[in-house]
Structures are given as structure tokens and as C-alpha cells.
Design a protein around this ligand. Structure first.
Ligand code: DUC
Ligand code: ZN
Ligand code: ZN
Length: 477
């Protein structure tokens, strides 16, 4: 009998801490051995000349998320995880969104039903808390954290989702008590509404003005307010999808005061700008997301935040809508005001290639940082450490084999998502994943998706060690 089910032979194995030339032996879905030369396996992959990396973990994706209006997300759990796998990911953590008036428990059951049997790769759920009533705060959140949903997101904007300051404090307080991690969408609701109304009155309704309606100060103020509340309550928080130097500065300032404030940025803030929203007619709608892509200085600030450790994670914020569809970007027709364009862009499949090509190949970050920012830190931050995000004996055999020299442009026709466009069309990329393995099962082979729906399993997550309070609060005991 062979010693291993699978041996990955002769590749360069990269983790968040080191790079070594070795074989990887896989048995029963786990990494069983790492050595210079391993005995044969039932199956072998020659990884000579390629990189063997922990599979990507995308801890910020939206899949099959109903919005309560006529829009329909372009990906369900089959196409979303197929696209994620093709882009080198082995785990995703989408959101289970609570609509106002809905119980959190009901929201979670709904998302399980949507995901069950469809996923090609492993998945967990963050919760989105939009109705922090007594049942949510007193019963459902504590019980769900205990059941492995150990992180939740709150919104400071959007009519249907925003929490007021008091509600934010109450959710933060529950998170502190339960040891959960809060993710914050930091933009000021009233400022955006005011700007939007002023722009509309001036006749500025094209997609380009989506960005103008929420400039950097809108993000900076909300980021600072969230940090202040986190300090008051003594709860660590993650500011997600950071887009501007102003917000990076706020996070860095908080970190330098010893506060546990973490940050995440995304590809759109590294390689897109407000100019992309200027397309003819509705073309700019393809780039409408929040916060919006900004300018080269903001891009530099986000790159710097990745390189100097201000950001712990780099995620896609994959939130796909079809462009040419009344259920997507053109929900109100061909010519419509930006306020009606659904916010969000696809990106789960292009996240890793963009960072590899623009970051590693161009020398902005090194390979260890690449692995940390795309995989290891997500596992540590969201309660999957030990199982996911690294290549070590005993961990799940979640691996992406990369060809670091493969050069080809991003093309919609080659992607696997349900959207009908990519905001990165034509971008030249060096370095693509070629083979992707989830718990020892081959999901992508030589660039072709071969995985089966249902191979992906639900991940009950541990409490995050990053969510531990500092022990300094203004709250009465
Ligand atoms: N926030 C997200 O996290 N994703 C898409 C839209 C948004 O506002
Ligand atoms: Zn958000
Ligand atoms: Zn998002």
C-alpha cells in the first residue's frame, strides 16, 4: 500500500514564515509529511518549477445574498465557489445577512440551505447584524457565536442595514462579552445622503458621481468613530474594505496607541481609480462599489498598508452583479442615477493573481507577505488557525500550486463567475494558480475546474485570538 494518497513532488513550498524545497505528502485529507524526498503516493503531482502555497482564504465575499429588491446576485454557491477555486482559493467566508425584522437564526438557516451541497471549496459564514433587538443581542448572537459563527459585520451606511451609534455600541458590547470579532463597514450615512442629494440637484447622476458622493472624509470620519467606540467598549474590530490614505492613517494611529484595530483592503483599491467609473453611458456602473476606487495616492497608501503590516488581510469583497441585466447594474434601465446602481463588483477569482502580479512580481511585497495576506492571516483572524492557511503536518491539505511565470491577461471569457464582465478586463498578469487542492481532493487541475459540488464543507470556526479585549474599558464593571 502507498504511504500517501497524494504526493506533491519537487515544488517550492512557501508559508507565511519560510520558503523550502520539499515534497508534500497527503493522507486522509491532511498534510501527513514534508520532506526532502518522500516515498510514492497513490497519486503524484510534479510541481517542479512551481510554487506550492497554502490555498487562498477569502474572508470577505458575498454569495447568493438577496437584497430585498429586484437585484439578484450573479453568483450562487456553485458558481461563486467554482470561481473562487479557479482563482486559487480553498476557503471562502461569505456573509449570512439578517434583514430587518428577520431573526439571525432564520438568516443563518437560509444561507445554509443556499450553500448545502453546492460548494466546491470549504466555507464558513460571518453574520451581518442589521436588527440588533433584544432577541438578536441577548439570545441569537451569543448562541451563534457558540455555534461557530464567531465574527459579524455591521454597516454604518445603507438605508436597510445601517446601525446608529447606540446600536453599534450595543453590538460591540456583545462581541466583547462573547469574544467575537466585529467587521465594520465605515462610511457616514448622512454625509453620503447629503452629498447624493446635492449632486442630483446639480444634475450629476452618472455612475462617475458615485465616487464623488462618498469622498475620503466620509470614510475617515466613520473609521474614526468606529475606532472610538471600539476603544470605549474595549473590543477589537476589523475595518473592512479600506480605500483611502485617510482611513489607513486612522487605523495606524489607533494601532500606535495600542488599540486592537485591524484593517483589510481589496484589489479594487490597489489597481482601479475613480477614472474607471467614467465610462460612456452606464459603463462606469461596472466599477460602482463602496467605498469607491479613488486615486493614485490612495492606491499608494493601500499598498503601503499591505507592505508595512497596517492591513492584516487582503480580500476580494466579491459582490457580483450582472452588468447588462435588469436584475443587476442596470436595474432601473439604461440611463439611471448612480444611487440606483447596486454596489459591488466581482473579484474572487482575480484577487490572488492581481496581488501576485502587481505585488510580488513588481517587488512591492515578498512571497511570505503574499501568503500571510491572502491566506494565513485570514485563518488566524477568523478562528481557523491550525486547520487552514498553512502547509504544516496535521493541517488540512488545502493547497494552490502556482506557475509564477505564466503570463496572460484577465479575460471575462476565461473566468468562472456568474457576472457578465470583469472590472479587470485586459489586465496583464504574471503568475496564475494551476492546480488547487481542498482537503486532499483536486478541485482545479491544470487550470480546469474538476471539483464536485458538495466537496466543500461548512466550517465551524473557533473564537479569534485577535478578538481578545485589551482589558481596558470605560464601561462600568
Ligand atoms: N460593502 C461590502 O462589503 N460589499 C459590497 C457592498 C458594500 O457596501
Ligand atoms: Zn461593506
Ligand atoms: Zn463586502
Amino acid at each position: 500500500m502507498d504511504s500517501f494518497d497524494l504526493v506533491i513532488r519537487g515544488g517550492t513550498v512557501v508559508t507565511a514564515s519560510e520558503t523550502s524545497r520539499c515534497d508534500v505528502g497527503i493522507r486522509d485529507g491532511r498534510i501527513a509529511a514534508l520532506a526532502d524526498r518522500l516515498p510514492t503516493g497513490s497519486r503524484e503531482i510534479d510541481a517542479g518549477g512551481r510554487l506550492v502555497l497554502p490555498g487562498g482564504i477569502d474572508s470577505h465575499v458575498h454569495i447568493d445574498q438577496p437584497s430585498g429588491d429586484e437585484t439578484v446576485m450573479a453568483d450562487d454557491f456553485l458558481s461563486g465557489t467554482r470561481s473562487a477555486a479557479a482563482g486559487g482559493n480553498t476557503t471562502v467566508i461569505p456573509f449570512a445577512l439578517q434583514h430587518k425584522g428577520q431573526s439571525l437564526r432564520a438568516a443563518v438557516s437560509d444561507y445554509h440551505a443556499r450553500a448545502e451541497g453546492k460548494c466546491l471549496i470549504d466555507y464558513g459564514f460571518h453574520l451581518i447584524v442589521s436588527d440588533p433587538n433584544e432577541q438578536t443581542l441577548g439570545q441569537d448572537l451569543p448562541a451563534l457565536v457558540n455555534d461557530g459563527y464567531t465574527s459579524f459585520k455591521v454597516f454604518m451606511t445603507y438605508d436597510d442595514l445601517k446601525l446608529n451609534d447606540r446600536e453599534m455600541l450595543e453590538v460591540f458590547d456583545v462581541a466583547r462579552r462573547e469574544g467575537a470579532l466585529v467587521m465594520v463597514h465605515a462610511e457616514n450615512y448622512d454625509a453620503i445622503r447629503y452629498m447624493t442629494e446635492r449632486l442630483e440637484r446639480a444634475g450629476h447622476t452618472e455612475p462617475y458621481f458615485h465616487g464623488t458622493s462618498r469622498p475620503a472624509p466620509v470614510e475617515r470620519e466613520a473609521t474614526h468613530r468606529a475606532i472610538t467606540f471600539a476603544e470605549l467598549v474595549d473590543v477589537p474590530i476589523m475595518i473592512v474594505h479600506v480605500s483611502s490614505g485617510d482611513a489607513v492613517e486612522q487605523i495606524r494611529w489607533a494601532q500606535s496607541r495600542g488599540l486592537k484595530i485591524y484593517g483589510e483592503t481589496c484589489p479594487q483599491y490597489l489597481v482601479l481609480t475613480a477614472e474607471d467609473l467614467r465610462g460612456l453611458n452606464m459603463e462606469g456602473a461596472k466599477y460602482v462599489c463602496s467605498p469607491p476606487p479613488r486615486d493614485p495616492e490612495s492606491q499608494d497608501a493601500c499598498w503601503q498598508g499591505l507592505a508595512n503590516g497596517t492591513f492584516t488581510t487582503y480580500s476580494s469583497d466579491h459582490c457580483p452583479f450582472r452588468y447588462d441585466s435588469p436584475a443587476g447594474k442596470k436595474r432601473k434601465g439604461e440611463r439611471t442615477a448612480f444611487r440606483w446602481v447596486p454596489n459591488g463588483i466581482p473579484g474572487v477569482e482575480t484577487r490572488l493573481p492581481i496581488l501576485f502580479s502587481e505585488g510580488v512580481v513588481k517587488g512591492k511585497i515578498d512571497l511570505q507577505q503574499f501568503v500571510a495576506l491572502t491566506s494565513t492571516n485570514h485563518a488566524r483572524m477568523y478562528g481557523l488557525a491550525g486547520r487552514k492557511g498553512t502547509i504544516s503536518v496535521g493541517a488540512d491539505a488545502d493547497i494552490a500550486i502556482w506557475d509564477p511565470e505564466l503570463r496572460r491577461p484577465i479575460r471575462q471569457e476565461n473566468l468562472h463567475h456568474g457576472a457578465d464582465y470583469t472590472p479587470y478586463e485586459g489586465m496583464e498578469i504574471t503568475g496564475w494558480p494551476t492546480t488547487v487542492i481542498v482537503r486532499g481532493g483536486i478541485v482545479v487541475e491544470d487550470g480546469a475546474v474538476v471539483g464536485q459540488p458538495g466537496h466543500g464543507t461548512f466550517l465551524k470556526r473557533d473564537l479569534s485570538p485577535f478578538a481578545k479585549p485589551r482589558g481596558k474599558t470605560w464601561l462600568p464593571g
